[in-house]
Design a protein around this ligand. Structure first.
Ligand code: HEM
Length: 417
């Protein structure tokens, strides 16, 4: 008998390794998951139902809820995603110490229409200067276009890039590195300036460690742009689909501006005279909220008689929560006046609304977002006459992170007023 035959029987070694992997991932995992919610794990170990889920995640969530009840788990690419779909259980997500936001992964989306591009172009320059300080990032025609193009590619693959090693998504990783380099340059420039914080990003750099500052700055850019741009797009698309809402807004604009057409200034006073636009924005956020927000389970807990184990990703879907008839009658309709019941003066949203998340990790940019979108919509409606050329597109079911993007292109014809 040769040494090779004795000690290096490769088929046996490979079979043993596979058996160990099988025991480790399948058997032990299953033992650890006793009394867990109904789990949809498919027949492929580790991958689970990742492929089916990835094809149309938003639709998958609702079908799984109808089939398995309000609490269920999906195994996708080695991760157990546990969904809570009953508003009565959302406190486990928002207010419990058993789950953690920072350990969870955050992601994004994309798809374009002409109106969407218009918003992206207008908002990019304005928001970049606002968040990062005038001149921190070059915003001339050529540089802002380059930043925007690279950001769009980054946003497009963010959902996958945050899960898969850079090696498999080289283009995405190159965009990320390019953007991080931009923020590193901003950081170096800001460090040379006086330490008195003025822009949001300067304040951020004062509180986080220097090494992670560019990553936080990139998160800030993504979190602001990936939501505010599509929401602004949807506000105008809804207004041009519901003419009675558009005429309410137009009347309010006429009353607020009168015949002052020469110099258009949108300040706090003007904004306060345009509450119907704010209601339209909130109603749009209700209808086009992110498919999911996530937390990581750091301490096991019980919900509806099931045990949610440590390590699961806990998921809540604002998109589906906003279609709960207990809180929103006729939930698919665009009805800005339902927001008359909210005390927006005191910054209270409607019961059942979780468009900005909730608890400790609620969106810190929500007031900035409402204000910037309000100003932008006011300026566009006051400056331009728009005519929709396409019907209102459906939201894309392809991605679940960040604001829903349109499935199809939505073109508008516009002329100066
Ligand atoms: C309409 C626009 C926006 C919507 C719908 C929105 C929505 C959200 C949601 C749902 C979350 C997750 C909250 C949770 O998990 O409980 C979030 C997080 C966040 N948002 Fe927004 N957001 C918007 C605009 C903005 C803007 C303009 C900024 C920045 C100026 C911003 C900065 C952030 C940041 C930094 C986080 C992460 C929070 C953390 O790490 O604790 N968002 N946003």
């Amino acid at each position: 008998m040769t040494l090779n035959e004795n000690c290096f029987n490769f088929p046996v070694i490979i079979a043993s390794i596979l058996a160990i992997i099988f025991v480790r991932y399948v058997v032990l995992k299953k033992m650890n998951r006793r009394n867990c919610p109904p789990t949809i794990s498919g027949w492929i170990p580790w991958m689970g139902v990742g492929v089916e889920f990835g094809k149309a995640p938003l639709t998958y969530i609702e079908c799984a809820r109808q089939k398995h009840g309000s609490v269920f788990t999906i195994l996708a690419a080695g991760k157990y995603l546990t969904f809570l779909t009953d508003a009565d259980d959302f406190h486990f997500f928002f207010n419990s110490k058993n789950v953690d936001f920072q350990q969870a992964v955050q992601e994004a989306v994309q798809n374009t229409g002409k109106l969407l591009q218009l918003f992206r172009r207008v908002m990019f320059g304005a928001v970049v200067n606002n968040l990062f300080g005038e001149g921190a990032i070059p915003t001339d025609e050529e540089h802002i276009q380059q930043l925007e193009d690279i950001f769009v590619k980054f946003d497009d693959q963010f959902e996958y890039g945050s899960q898969i090693p850079d090696f498999f998504l080289r283009d995405w990783a190159a965009c990320k590195q390019w953007l991080l380099k931009v923020f590193k340059t901003v950081q170096d420039r800001l460090q040379l300036q006086s330490s008195k914080s003025v822009s949001l990003v300067q304040q951020l750099m004062d509180i986080v460690d220097a090494k992670s500052a560019p990553n936080f700055a990139l998160l800030l850019l993504w979190a602001s742009q990936a939501n505010a741009i599509p929401i602004s797009f949807w506000v105008l698309a809804f207004l041009h689909t519901y003419p009675e809402e558009l005429s309410k807004v137009s009347k309010e604009l006429n009353d607020a501006f009168g015949d002052k057409q020469t110099e258009l200034v949108v300040d706090e006073e003007i904004i306060s005279k345009l509450p119907s636009i704010k209601r339209c924005i909130l109603e749009t956020i209700r209808l086009r909220s992110p498919g999911v927000i996530t937390r990581k389970v750091v301490k096991s807990f019980d919900v509806k008689g099931y045990t949610i184990p440590v390590g699961d990703m806990l998921m809540v879907s604002p998109y589906w929560a906003h279609r709960d008839q207990r809180f929103f009658t006729d939930p698919e309709s665009f009805k800005p006046d339902r927001w008359l019941a909210a005390d927006l003066e005191k910054n209270f949203f409607l019961d059942g609304f979780i468009g900005f998340g909730g608890g400790r990790y609620q969106c810190p940019g929500r007031w900035f977002a409402l204000m910037e979108i309000h100003v932008l919509i006011t300026l566009i409606l006051q400056k331009l006459s728009l005519k929709a050329l396409d019907p209102l597109p459906k939201p894309s079911t392809l991605h679940v992170v960040g604001t829903q993007q349109p499935q199809l292109t939505y073109r508008v014809q516009f002329s100066k007023r």
